[in-house]
Each structure stands twice: as structure tokens, then as C-alpha cells.
Design a protein around this ligand. Sequence first.
Ligand code: ADP
Ligand code: MG
Length: 529
Amino acid sequence: METVRFDELELNPQILRGIKDMGFEEASPIQAQAIPVVLRGRDIIGQAQTGSGKTAAFGIPVLEKVDPDNKKTQVIILSPTRELAIQVADEIRKLSKYMHGIKILPVYGGQEISKQIRSLKGGAQVIIGTPGRVMDHLRRKTIRCDFVNTIVLDEADEMLNMGFREDIETILEYIPEERQTVLFSATMPKAIMDITKKYQKDAVTIKVVKKELTVPSIDQYYYDVKRKDKVDVLTRLLDYYDPKLSIVFCNTKRMVDELASELQGRGYFAEGLHGDMKQSQRDRVMNSFRNGKTEILIATDVAARGIDVDDVEAVFNFDIPQDDEYYVHRIGRTGRAGRTGRAFTFVKGKEVYKLKDIQRYCKTKILAQPIPTSEDVAQIKAEKIMDKVSQIIEEEDLTAMINMIDEQVNESDYTSMDIAAAFLKMALGETESESESSDNYDFGNTGAEDGMVRLFINIGKKQKVKPGDILGAIAGESGMPGKLVGAIDMYDKYTFVEVPSEYGREVLNAMKNVKIKGKSISIEPANGK
Ligand code: ADP
Ligand code: MG
């Protein structure tokens, strides 16, 4: 493979120094091809996958062209989100570290506009902004375009996904005709081609074909899991591998919300991230994920695009990605910066064929894996606890504790082995006994007719639930024929329902995580009358 060093690209020595400081060794393929074209002043359509270094591909040549003696705005870069605008501004600022008299300013919604206006008055040659906010400034004339000679549409597909098309077109109308229009995107849907036709002149297309799609240090596994078991398998894997940070991908925003509340309900530090959330919420979630307070980020493909957090140890495809290319984007969130990562994909039934396509496309192997059993999880937890215990024995002064145990052994019939075992059980925590007890329903006397068990559900008429909803949910979730459902007694806040004894356990298990009329329910054997 031919490689291009940055010093072969005839760049300004100050920029070369900045690049060197950033630790870049050689230009990435999109950079090697795009930088000379942008330097020549040509319009360009640059396509390369996420993480391929598109920011520097336009950032470097754009800086080459800026005149530091002119304080007026010369370059506008449009970016889909505040996150990305800040990331791009940071990267360009680093590149320009050794240049003098260059000001780079990000502007985005959510930040006080008066503050931005003050910064803008100081003069910024390079402005990076979200389309809505840039348009706002153009209308207020707080950004003026008289000297703008270059406009960059970064992550163009993403901007269109987020509904910025009109804003972008409005902005393009403001910029002088004599300009260079630069567009970068990970994918090239038709809507982008429309924009390029309308607003670019004789553009050069550079497409970096997908080579070396996946990083070899990512172990990739799949599990054959039914929809209703996915959450259990996910938590099992989280407990077993115990990744520091992980990202769980879902195909819909709704699934993100559902899974987030489900995992939170089970005590995991999980948060959802998707495009319907307010920017401030998204910032909060991202910060919390970056600093490790949130260990599990549940996201849609769109929301996760462009996130660069280095310590992600595992990626879960809770839903199999809709597009082969998404698979690559998703698993590329782990195994970054030379670290090892793991990617887990859940498939059910026919989806195994999609997995075949993905493997062919990525030239990679995704291996079938058995789901760790609860014993496996307990085993690995015990090993971790024992490691910790050895460390404490080695490093800490345990005299006082030894005396207390000694006393206990002398006063009771327990051996120190009994006591150690009891402590280990405690340290292993509730999970074990919980998973046992969840299947351990007490159907002793539920007050039902012969051959039936009576179940208690914590919703009723007040929640506008009708007997039909209960019947439908039970039949739908458990697969038990609806006609077998017995008496349904509804009260204001709860409901009793009878089902044949032999279905009792199955119904309870199937209904555990079900929502009725959008409300999470709890269901258990009723107490006898
Ligand atoms: P894209 O916009 O294509 O998704 P970015 O421009 O955000 O990708 O780059 C992804 C990461 O790679 C960033 O952390 C960036 O600093 C780094 N990077 C960019 N170019 C190079 C290079 N030539 N060598 C090493 N790392 C690079
Ligand atoms: Mg980018």
C-alpha cells in the first residue's frame, strides 16, 4: 500500500509542526487524496468512512488558504451537532497551533447568542457552526460573508438526516458565488448528490473505497437470541465481561429509550442517546459517558456517529444493523487507539443470513458463541473477588479483623472456612439469589378456582386498562391461548386474573418486562382470599 507523508504535501512548515505535535505519522488515504485537490481551489466531494480523518482532510488545506492579516471571516464550516462542531474546532485549532493571528470559533445552538456575538466581533477567520445557528448569525449580520471564500459541509449525510437541508441551502445562498465548496460525508445518499449538483462547480469526487474495514484487534461474536431474551443475555454478557465502557446499538429511538430504562431498572449505569433528545441532554449523557459515570451508552446509529471515546471495550448490536456499512461504523467504536475490543451481535432466526452478508462485506469472521450461564458469571465474579482478596491480604493490615474472626470461631461452631464462604456469598451479591428466586414463585394458595392460579397485576381501571388489554397481553406474550384465561377482576389500581395452573409460571415469566398501555407492570401470584 502506498503511503503519503505529510511533508510530501508541500504544506506550510507551521502546519507541519502542528500535525507532528498531534502525532499523525502519515496522511490517511482520504487526506492524501483530498488535500492537494482542496489546495488547488477545486470544489470537492469527499467520501470516506467514519474515523478516516476527514476533518484534517479539509482542515489542513483550509488553514493553508486563510490570510492571517485579514481578520474577516474567510471560511465557514457547517457541522451537524454541537459535539462535532466543538471536536472539529479543537482539531483545527491544534493544526493551527504554530500559525499566528488565526482565530477559530465554534458557534452552535444552546449557547447564549449574545456571548457568541461578542466573540464574533473580535473577528474569526474560521467559523465552525451548526446550520441553524450559523443561519441565525447570517440573518443578524453578526457573521458577514463578504470575505468568505470557502464553505465546508462536514458530515453532510448527517446534516441531512437531522433535517438541515433547507438551512444549508439558505446559507449557501448567502455565500459569494466566487467560492470553493467542499463537502465531506461518510455516505452519499441521493439528497447529497442533489445539493452538490446545485451548489458545486465542476467538483472532483474522491471516494476512498473500503479497505481494511475492520480493525483486527476486535473479537467479534454473535448469539442466537429471541427478542424477549435479549435483555437477559445482554446483562449476562455485561456481568461476564465487565467492560469498563460499552455502547449498545439499537435500530430505533424507541428501543433506545426502552432498553435504557430497563437496564437502569436492573441497576446498571446506562443512558440512552438519540436524535430526539435535546442538545443539552445529549451533552449531559456524553459527558457522563466520557468520565465513566455512565458505563453503558445505548444509542442509535445516527446519534453515535462521530463519538470518539477511546476506552470503549465492548460494542453490542442489540439489533442487527440495517446496513452492512453500519456494522463497520458500530464496531469501530471499540478497539480504538490500538486497544483490544469486543463486538457482540444478537441475531434471531433468519437474521443469521444478514450476518453472512456482513462477514462477506467486511472480510471478517463473526463467531457463534454460547451464552455464558449464570454459573459462568458467578465463577468469573468469584475470581475477581478472590483477586481483590489476595491483594488485600498482601497489602493491608488485617490484625483487627483476624482478632474478630478468631473470637467468632471460638464462640460458635463455625470454622474460619464457613465464615470465609459466607463472606464470599455476600460479596457475590444479590444477583445470584435474585435469579433463583425470580423463578421461584409461590403458588401455595392464590385464591383461585381448582386447576387455576390467580395472579395479581398492579394496574387497573384508573390506568384506563380494560379486561381485553390484560387478556391480549397475556395471550400475546406467553403464547397461551386467550380462551384459557379465566376470571379477570378489575379494581381501580390493580387486577386479578386467573390462568390454568400449568401456565402460571410461564405467564409470570413472559409478563415480567411487559408494558400494558405503555405502563410497566409488576405481576405476581395473588395472596389467597
Ligand atoms: P472522520 O471525520 O472521517 O470520521 P476524524 O477526522 O474525526 O474522522 O478523525 C478520526 C480520528 O483520527 C481523530 O481522532 C483524528 O485526530 C485522528 N486522525 C486523523 N488523521 C490522522 C492521521 N493522519 N494519523 C493518525 N490519526 C489521525
Ligand atoms: Mg468527521
